[in-house]
Ligand binder design. Structure first.
Ligand SMILES: Cc1cc2nc3c(=O)[nH]c(=O)nc-3n(C[C@H](O)[C@H](O)[C@H](O)COP(=O)(O)OP(=O)(O)OC[C@H]3O[C@@H](n4cnc5c(N)ncnc54)[C@H](O)[C@@H]3O)c2cc1C
Length: 335
């Protein structure tokens, strides 16, 4: 890697609604911008129907995210499909971002790495991830056609996953800690109408077993009775959390481990901005992440302008030639 490939004005972490919009705005200001991401689209890829993104009556998450990527790439942003592992303070002003592919430097960062599914936190889970343990019934359900699966979780996402899987899998064990599912009555009714869904209330998965792939789960039932249930798939559907361990040494977090931001997207650390679901914003939506990405990019641009002794801007109204359209090749490669 030569120094030109390592040094950027701005590094954006996360390639979904927030990160791609930040990339669009940063690129349009002419910042040398690197976007590092595990995938393009993030959580939006999990839905076939987004009905509340203005300008589109109904669009799949995948289609919308492709459009975001396409527009960001018109302005010369470089995208690397890598996972960020560490962020280090370089010299008190700039940062080094270490990824699965290398190290990159910039004096401004935008943290837009969203939310990730909550882990179950039991033995066997980490080892059998993608070998039967999944966090996305929509994405991985078809791999379990005719097989027996477990869905773990007490609320709406777990009930929805169980219903979806009941049309694909042979048997669906719905395992939840509470006495009653915390889901809409119609959803629970629909599940009750499925003969292949087995309700397992007041039960807890304590271990996922298997050598190379999932073979069973060990559950603790009411009265502390332990037993193994043979399954080939385990769907952990316990909601999403901000996994911010990566930046806890750098920026202030709230009690939910979300990044605390000001109105301009700045964090407690100069030069570090944040946008989208990873922040302490009360609402988690595509349109909100996108707006915050734009705000963070404009603020990052003004921060860099200040470092350079140049004037700040108030918005982005300029018309730029869209000559780069022909050079775009879209990628959605997950890491
Ligand atoms: C099932 C479902 C349905 C939804 N339906 C709607 C809807 O209809 N309308 C709506 O407005 N919203 C909906 N949402 C919410 C919406 O998807 C999110 O608010 C939005 O995706 C948040 O965007 P984001 O960019 O902040 O983060 P995310 O979408 O979470 O994306 C984070 C990005 O960061 C990347 N990343 C994470 N960690 C790292 C790392 N260490 N290194 C590199 N990259 C990393 C990920 O790969 C991803 O690209 C839905 C969410 C779900 C789960």
């Amino acid at each position: 890697m030569n120094s030109n490939d390592r040094l950027y004005d701005l590094i954006i972490i996360g390639g979904a609604s927030a990160g791609l919009t930040a990339a669009l705005y940063a690129g349009r200001q002419g910042l040398k911008t690197l976007l590092v991401t595990k995938d393009i689209g993030g959580q939006a890829l999990l839905t076939d129907s987004i009905q509340n993104y203005p300008g589109f009556i109904n669009i799949s998450g995948l289609e919308l995210m492709k459009k975001f990527q396409e527009q960001a790439m018109l302005y010369g942003v470089k995208i690397m499909f890598e996972e960020v592992k560490e962020i280090k303070d370089k010299d008190g002003v700039c940062f080094t971002v270490r990824t699965t592919g290398g190290e990159y430097d910039a004096c401004a960062l935008i943290l837009a790495f969203g939310k990730t599914p909550r882990d179950l936190g039991v033995e066997g889970e980490e080892r059998l991830k993608s070998k039967g343990v999944s966090y996305c019934a929509i994405c991985d359900g078809p791999l379990f056609r005719g097989k027996d699966v477990a869905v773990v979780g007490s609320s709406e996402p777990a009930a929805e996953a169980a219903l979806l899987l009941s049309n694909i899998a042979s048997k669906v064990h719905l395992i939840y800690k509470l006495a009653k599912l915390l889901a809409a009555d119609e959803l629970v009714e629909a599940l009750r109408g499925k003969s292949n869904v087995l309700f397992m209330p007041e039960s807890e998965v304590v271990r996922i077993n298997g050598n190379n792939t999932v073979e069973s789960v060990t559950i603790k039932e009411k009265g502390s009775v332990m037993r193994d249930i043979p399954v080939q798939g385990v769907f952990v559907e316990m909601g999403y959390v901000a996994k911010t361990d990566l930046v806890k040494h750098l920026v202030q977090l709230n009690a939910k481990n979300e990044i605390v931001t000001a109105k301009d997207g700045s964090t407690s650390h100069p030069g570090v901005f944040a946008a989208g679901d990873v922040t302490d914003s009360p609402y988690k939506q595509v349109v909100i992440s996108a707006a915050q990405g734009a705000i963070a990019a404009l603020s990052a641009y003004n921060y860099i302008q200040r470092l350079r002794g140049k004037p700040a801007i108030k918005g982005d109204w300029k018309n730029l030639p869209a000559a780069k359209t022909t050079q775009i090749s879209l990628e959605l490669n997950p890491v």
